[in-house]
Design a binder for this molecule. Sequence first.
Ligand SMILES: C=CC1=C(C)c2cc3[nH]c(cc4nc(cc5[nH]c(cc1n2)c(C)c5CCC(=O)O)C(CCC(=O)O)=C4C)c(C)c3C=C
Ligand SMILES: [Fe+2]
Ligand SMILES: [Fe+2]
Length: 339
Amino acid sequence: MKPNKPPRIAVLLVNLGTPDEPTAPAVKRYLKQFLSDPRVIEIPQFLWAIILNLFVLPSRPKRVAEAYASVWEGDSPIRKILGQQVEKLQSRLDGSMAPFEVSVHAAMTYGNPGLPDVMDQLRSEGVDHFIILPLFPQYSATSGGAVYDALTKWSLKQRNLPNYTIVKDYFAHPLYIKALADSIRRFQAVHGKPEKLMFSFHGIPQPYADKGDPYPKRCKCTAAQVAQELGLNDEEWIISFQSRFGKQEWVKPYTDVTLEEWGKAGVRSVQVVSPAFSADCLETLEELAMENRDNFINAGGQEYHYIPALNDDEAHIDLIEALAKPLVAAWAVTLEGWD
Ligand SMILES: C=CC1=C(C)c2cc3[nH]c(cc4nc(cc5[nH]c(cc1n2)c(C)c5CCC(=O)O)C(CCC(=O)O)=C4C)c(C)c3C=C
Ligand SMILES: [Fe+2]
Ligand SMILES: [Fe+2]
């Protein structure tokens, strides 16, 4: 039977997630969901449930809620920026696949808008074709892998499954490297060149990398390509990892330790860029732009700048469009002859 309207293809831009508000109860709800994911914490479940409920959740949310409050802009920055990315991609794709309509949506692995809710809503509106684009440039089981899981868990509950395709990552895509290099050049046109450029990536525990998580290698590849594009020599840049959680060893070198060592060693000026974050968030606006600035300056450093994430830069939207559009076109091909 012919549908009333031409079929619609949905693109989901997915990011990690964030609390609903910067309060201890909301942060507790969010952290409980996030930190209960075995992709994120690989300690045996029963043991971790005890640690999480007895030690982490009673104390961490208050401190973290204060950190969120210091960067909150009417909404969590990561959710606000994801909304802007969705809007800009939507305007690029409007009318591009006629007669089929393309709609773009925000989704989060943890918190709201949650991926399963977004899928349910779109299914109820009759969408049968999806492109899922996690905005994690360097795949890790702990970030992108968790998006695959969320989709699989949702799928297990469906009888009539939709068509979907998921993009694993894009750590060396020429438009990604170009967008990063251009954003650094733009920043340096205003603030000048630093003694050291630091590529600080969100870390993962070292044992995860030892067991085969490809994330650190992908981070190194991204940073090396951007450094090459900028014509930097080996003395002028470094890769480091931030946001450690818990007591185990994480991938090294550590961002905070390196900045402190540099401050003590007489390094005067540093700029920090964080290519793993497709949107500014708590980990960049608070940890990198505030906390780590203090680490460097208190250790004797003079000048410290954080270079913003790609956010809704046109060059970033160029990349996202280049990733999504061919996949939209591929689903459109399968819809030929819909009437
Ligand atoms: C074992 C713990 C964690 C792993 C592994 C991890 C990997 C990982 N995370 C991101 C992106 C983000 N993480 C953010 C916050 C955040 N991350 C962890 C822990 C792990 N992350 C925690 C506990 C938190 C919450 C804050 C806190 O309690 O310290 C964010 C910010 C979200 C926001 O609301 O702004 C992002 C983004 C990646 C890409 C990644 C693996 C590569
Ligand atoms: Fe994280
Ligand atoms: Fe952090």
